[in-house]
Design a protein around this ligand. Structure first.
Ligand code: FAD
Length: 542
């Protein structure tokens, strides 16, 4: 179903939150600091095209920005970490507005990244693709991206001196390793005499505000979390898209783009698979920026589908993603979560009915926010020991079984197909993550969630410090949820939505000739039937 034609979008999106003070009435601009912000203009990807109808009415704030020219004295390095985008990028916008020269820089610090994030091959690949997309978007606006390899502190130190830098800007992040990086850069700033500006752009809310409203501690249930959000009101509006004019005012240092990594330009888009299969070949190298701008959005996410999205009704073993598949883009910050949130609000505002949190699409973004909030205030969030919200459980240590789970050799076709998809594509459906995580922990192998989390961190394109650890604690019944006897059966769970086992046949082709009745438990086939299927079953774990 396409977008309804000829309907105007109401003045403000409705808040999806139950009991929200702003619910069902136009946005109270005064209640939202960003809405009053001179940079909170239209033209943003997150606002549908119709929203631009009153473009003139709001006045053109570039006049006031130009008024700031007198203040544009900084020579700035804008340091991309996540936030690899030119829409809703408040920090880069602030950098451009306060500087006469801006160097857009990405520091490829392999040692830092592999030690802090256990980043695996697929995610490396996706990162390089995202950098290439960012570079080409910056070039289109008359700028460039400088990708510099090396240890980040030395790179910053060298280039601050070489380019006479007076300001370093970078997005505020909440992972301890990124916080430490920012603290080190601030210390360097004090030593070398440059300022540091960091603004929040990776989450919907300032998690600190949520903590304050909850008495200084994180809300540990989604219901309580939604209640706090209803006190806060809608998230801040996205800031406007960057344009060539922004870059005209701040000259970019005359430095050549340095290509890093052989073949960076030749890579084809890995994710989502639907792009590679369905789009004409000229669009195969489509980055998220083009994907969003060229009107493809509504083709991939029809309004009716968005409005009625109900997470539990999506299918874990469909051959193409049955959910949005946007998580890698959110995780790398190629796509702004605020822009997406408001795009959903616009769609909801035009729908007669739409689903609500926790199962709606906005509800999914709020789950993300929930885990970000808890992670931001919980020491040792990615560990069991020293983590105040995590049950202390004596898990088994079994390297052999862990290895079999990780390498898709448990002998349970549904679990092994999931782990194969994860290894090949770097993405699996949420319920497939449930199945794999439950199997490793409380369900079957009784191996620590920390081990599973590390494997996901290495293999997922969307690996995320807060969401990954939070969900692993949930699935292992270590935090948030404690019904540890509610187990996902590794045979029946997958069969419910894919009785013929098409998903298993795709990812475990060695089983493709088994009759459907055996596909989830091939060991129940007779020896003769196994021979006919061309595969003799030797064992399954347990
Ligand atoms: P959609 O259903 O289309 O949702 C849209 C967005 O909402 C997602 O992209 C994501 O940003 C957010 N979201 C959706 N579900 C959740 C959730 N349960 N918790 C928090 N945010 C959510 N997601 C990650 O992004 N990174 C991870 O490292 C990660 N690890 C996980 C580990 C386990 C054990 C489990 C059970 C879940 C994990 N998830 C993780 C959450 C979820 O499975 C994925 O976000 C989702 O499947 C991504 O697919 P999608 O973009 O199509 O999601």
């Amino acid at each position: 179903m396409g977008a309804p034609q000829g309907r105007r979008i109401p003045a403000g999106p409705r808040c999806p939150l139950p009991r929200c003070a702003l619910h069902k009435r136009p946005r109270d601009l005064k209640s939202n600091s960003a809405a009053c912000h001179p940079r909170a203009r239209r033209g943003n990807w997150g606002s549908g095209p119709e929203e631009n109808e009153d473009e003139e009415e709001g006045g053109d704030h570039r006049g006031s920005e130009r008024g700031a020219v007198g203040r544009m004295q900084h020579r700035t390095i804008h340091l991309f970490r996540k936030g690899l985008r030119l829409h809703d990028n408040p920090t880069l916008l602030a950098a451009l507005q306060s500087s006469e020269v801006v160097y857009p820089v990405y520091i490829l610090d392999r040692a830092f990244m592999t030690s802090a994030m256990h980043i695996g091959a697929l995610r490396w690949h996706f990162l390089l693709q995202s950098l290439e997309d960012l570079r080409s978007s910056l070039c289109q606006l008359g700028s460039c991206l400088l990708v510099i390899q090396g240890e980040y502190e030395s790179v910053v130190r060298d280039h601050v001196q070489k380019w006479n830098i007076t300001q370093v800007t970078l997005d505020a992040e909440m992972e301890p390793f990124y916080k430490e990086m920012e603290a080190n850069i601030r210390a360097l700033g004090e030593e070398l005499g440059f300022q540091v500006l960091s603004l929040m752009g990776h989450s919907l809310y300032d998690t600190q505000r949520i903590l304050e409203l909850n008495g200084g501690t994180p809300p540990l249930t989604y219901k309580r979390f939604l209640h706090i959000l209803s006190l806060l009101g809608d998230p801040e509006m996205p800031v406007r898209n960057l344009t060539a004019e922004d870059f005209q005012w701040a000259e970019v240092g005359a430095i050549q783009w340095r290509v890093v990594g052989a073949g960076l330009r030749e890579t084809s888009w890995l994710w989502p698979p639907v792009l590679a299969e369905d789009l004409p070949s000229k669009q195969l190298h489509l980055g998220i920026s083009l994907f969003l701008m060229e009107g493809l959005w509504s083709e991939y996410f029809p309004w009716g589908w968005v409005a009625s999205f109900t997470k539990p009704k999506t299918v874990p073993n469909s051959l193409l993603p049955s959910t949005t598949g946007l998580s890698p883009y959110f995780s790398m910050g190629c796509l702004s979560v605020r822009s997406f949130f408001y795009r959903l609000s616009n769609i909801y505002a035009q729908a007669k009915h739409h689903s609500l949190p926790p199962v709606s699409l906005q509800g999914q973004l709020l789950w993300r926010e929930f885990f970000y909030t808890v992670a931001s205030a919980t020491p040792n969030f990615t560990k069991m020991v020293g983590n105040p919200i995590c049950l202390q459980i004596r898990w088994y240590e079994d390297a052999e079984r862990l290895h079999r789970w990780k390498t898709a050799q448990t002998g349970f076709p549904w679990i092994d197909a999931i782990m194969t998809q994860l290894r090949q594509e770097g993405w699996i459906h949420h319920l497939a993550r449930h199945a794999a995580a439950c199997f490793l922990t409380r369900g079957d192998l009784w191996i620590s969630w920390e081990e599973g989390m590390k494997v996901f961190e290495e293999l997922l394109l969307d690996a995320d410090y807060s969401i990954n650890a939070g969900n692993w604690m949930w699935l292992s019944a270590s935090a948030f949820f404690h019904h540890y006897t509610r187990i996902f059966c590794p045979i029946r769970f997958g069969r419910r939505t894919d009785p013929e086992g098409q998903y298993i046949r795709k990812y475990l082709p060695i089983l493709k000739n088994f009759p459907s009745k055996y596909i989830y438990e091939p060991w129940t086939a007779s020896e003769e039937e196994q021979k006919q299927a061309g595969c003799i079953i030797e064992f399954a774990l347990l």
